[in-house]
Design a binder for this molecule. Sequence first.
Ligand code: G16
Length: 540
Amino acid sequence: MVDSITRQQLSQIAKFSALHPRPEGHKYAYGTAGFRLLGSLLDSVVFRVGLLAALRSRKLDGETIGVMITASHNPPDDNGVKLIDPQGEMLEASWETYATKFANAETDDELTKEYLAVAEALKINLDCPSNVIFARDTRASGPALVAALKDGLQAAGADFADYRILTTPQLHYIVKCINTRKTPAPYGDPSEQGYFDKLATAFKIVTKGKAKPPVVTVDAANGVGGPKLKELARCIGSDYLDINVVKDEIDAVERLNFQCGADFVKTQQKLPVGLEPAPFELYASLDGDADRIVFYYVDEANKFHLLDGDKIASLAAMFIRDLIAVSGVDMQVGVVQTAYANGSSSKYLTDILKVPITVTPTGVKHLHHAAQLFDVGVYFEANGHGTVLFSNSAMKALESFEAQNPGQQDAVTTLLSLAALINQTVGDALSDLLLVIAILSHKAWGPNEWNLAYTDLPNRLVRVVVNDRTAFKTEDAERRLVEPKGLQARIDALVKKYKSGRSFVRASGTEDAVRVYAEAATRLEADELAVKVSDSLKGL
Ligand code: G16
């Protein structure tokens, strides 16, 4: 028996849904980082995500849920939408199925039925309060998608707040702040200024007594990270840090991620177009929503050296491991990687640093949960997406530790301020930038000294367009293909021919393509292996 509140909500949903018709024939899927495709195909999806966000909040007794409208590293015409859970984490995986069902409902009637079915199956009281906050990146399709989202939230009777233009990690931060406000461990002030202040204060504590770092030049991919980074640097103050932001034309929407940005630099293994670096100075590139960062420099011969997510993870793990050892606190650091991790980085972590490694499928949602199993979990994808998580028990151990000497006290203070500096909700390019600068300051290292820890095996990442990427099924944390049948055996046969060869193929969850990764002992061999494996996909 449907009560009057439910009836009213369903009728509102049907009414608003008619304004956001689903394009015919398109199959949607909640992928690596939510729904992501051409902005012009997303109106109905975003409206429906609004409905789901309202339900998710109700299911969690009115806790605040976040909705981010962004397509991150994708080209300017794409857009996307993803949900953020109350602790600032990615949406719980079991709800991705509902998201996909909502997005694919053929008619308004089918959509209201799905809505009711989820509410009934999960025993959600539709009369319960529902709170949602949202933001977007700088893409041209953003404002119209925000309007669709508002319609969805209104139809479902949710209370909502528009945080306008933010980086993805800023929204994750604010969601967590709101939901922890009245708890014994509030995460921070739930505002953009609160975010800047928290990072700025922590950075100053972590780098106290160290020389001011040399200037760092940051390519902001012509996205939202540019203005936000300038504001963060202003909050830190030029007495402590100089950041030179380039590629910051957010109004030139067609230049977003174009020949610049973290994805371009990592996949092309070259400088952003137009950048003329000075030897041995530190450079970095963000992606379109500032949740990824990679670093690089050139040597005296102008040779490009990439310091990617694996290098960041190794640097952070080494620094934190050493601080823990000095502090005498009983805890352990571990690292989470994906199949893309360079073989040399995994070897360095295990053989030299002697820290445990876990490997998960691509997508920070997977890495994040694995990192939570360590006292201090460092997780980074090679593409520069990652963070460092301090568990509750690690925080308690640090907070209650009684240091026996100034060295121990210093180490504990640095670890605690690192936990504040590093975004605890998701990979955050701005926070990771400060983390790297802080560690290099402590070590008095430049990028070249950082790079010396280990030498990357030459590698190549290729994007291959296929007829149907959903035909590519993997196992073993995406390191092996199960389908199409027979393909893995062909890849194995190719890999065998190369010294230190490794290659895998997986479907992208953010682009309509599959990705081929190859590494080998020499540049030539890595490139050749990548080409041969890509060729083996022809006709699929
Ligand atoms: C997203 C995910 C990352 C993932 C990347 C590429 O990044 O958040 O975890 O590595 O997509 O994924 P795929 O290879 O499946 O396309 P972003 O920065 O685009 O949000």
